[in-house]
Design a protein around this ligand. Structure first.
Ligand code: FA5
Length: 359
């Protein structure tokens, strides 16, 4: 056992010396510490050695195991520092005297999709509203029928400012303000039709389809006799205009305290065609646009009489829509600041207006 332990440690040191990248460390960890790794093999051999030697052999294996764990951790920190330094060394040096064409650039795919959707809703008589990304607990939760300690808050942890305000987790945070703004118009017979795009923030575990900073577009329509049919009509029209082709969507029940009934509108993943991939978490579907009929408590909080008026609301995931529209497999591309990656999705360039050039 001792000999085996010695040669295992030697083998580990040799392999460790060859590791040059953090990404290679995981393979080494699995080879030695994994369920079917060398250490596990040694452990299973413990059974066959005499009882009086078991304790010593077990301690020896544990010592090697700890040695391997510590070495991997140290190497990881060492390599991370080296990789960071390499990145800094290889970064292009910014030379502000270098002559370049400052007239053209390209729009982010999110901006393009946002404008497209805005145009679609403008044509359907909606107004476009703009609200702050910083809001408060009342607007983000309380006014939306999500009182303190409601479990729905767990899904939307966010970043709090020292003054008690917070970064909005969803565009629904502007619903109350919009309802108040147009409540009097409703009484004059003018329906409320508004969309309001914004950046949203969540304390979120990031993966191929979740970011901590992403865009949504909220929409609301309130009038007399608004029903689910109106909601479905607007959702269908918007999606067929955006994609200019048939896309498969599904509507299923969804729970949001500010709508009743509530729905999840999913789109079949256009990256894998519904087969399942990292972009859709292997489900073939991507949650895109939850929606529903505005809850009477929300209307009341917004100064609108739920006995007289009804309405629908939706929260379109703009970043995910851009992923689907431009075939972007990983949401992290958007915040990567990698202009090469971002500009490849669109040929739409813009020209800086003369008056802005000095800014
Ligand atoms: C909401 O945010 C609700 N406010 C939507 C709503 C509005 C429901 C009005 C009913 C009526 P949800 O957390 O599911 O719901 O987010 C809405 C959409 O935003 C998701 O379908 C998804 O497309 C997008 N989204 C949510 N979280 C993330 C994230 N971390 N990264 C990228 N997109 C996200």
């Amino acid at each position: 056992m001792n000999e085996k332990a010695e040669s295992l440690q030697k083998l580990f040191k040799e392999k460790m010396d060859e590791i040059k990248l953090t990404s290679e460390l995981e393979g080494l960890r699995v080879e030695f510490l994994g369920k079917k790794g060398h250490i596990a093999d040694l452990m299973s051999e413990l059974r066959s050695i005499p009882n009086d030697q078991k304790k010593e052999a077990g301690q020896r294996i544990n010592t090697i195991k700890q040695f391997i764990e510590t070495s991997i951790q140290q190497k990881l920190e060492e390599l991370k520092k080296l990789e960071e330094q390499r990145l800094i060394d290889s970064a292009e040096v910014y030379d502000e005297t270098f002559p370049c064409d400052t007239n053209t650039g390209s729009y982010s795919p999110i901006t393009l999709v946002q404008r497209e959707v805005e145009d679609i809703f403008l044509n359907m008589g909606f107004s476009i509203e703009d609200y702050s990304e910083v809001t408060d607990d009342y607007n983000c939760f309380e006014a939306l029928n999500i009182p303190k300690h409601h479990p729905a808050r767990d899904m939307q942890d966010t970043y709090y400012l020292s003054n008690g305000q917070l970064l909005k987790t969803h565009t629904s945070a502007a619903q109350n303000t919009i309802l108040r703004k147009y409540a009097a118009d409703l009484e004059k017979g003018l329906p409320l039709r508004a969309v309001f795009p914004s950046r949203c923030f969540r304390n979120e575990k990031i993966d191929a389809c979740h970011e901590n900073t992403f865009f949504q577009m909220e929409g609301m329509m309130v009038d007399k006799d608004i029903s689910i049919s109106n909601l479905i009509y607007f959702m269908k029209t918007m999606l067929s205009e955006v994609f200019q082709k048939d896309v498969t969507v599904r509507l299923r029940p969804g729970f949001f305290p500010f709508v009743e009934p509530g729905f999840e509108l999913d789109i079949q993943c256009l990256i894998c065609g519904g087969e399942g991939c990292a972009s859709c978490k292997d489900s073939g579907w991507l949650e895109l646009c939850p929606c529903g009929m505005i809850h009477p408590n929300v209307l009341t909080a917004g100064g609108v009489d739920p006995e007289k008026y009804s309405g629908f609301a939706f929260g379109l995931g703009l970043t995910r829509l851009a992923m689907m529209k431009y075939g972007i497999k990983d949401i992290r591309v958007f915040n990567s600041c990698n202009l090469k990656s971002l500009s490849q999705f669109t040929n739409s360039s813009f020209t800086v207006p003369e008056e802005k050039k000095e800014d």
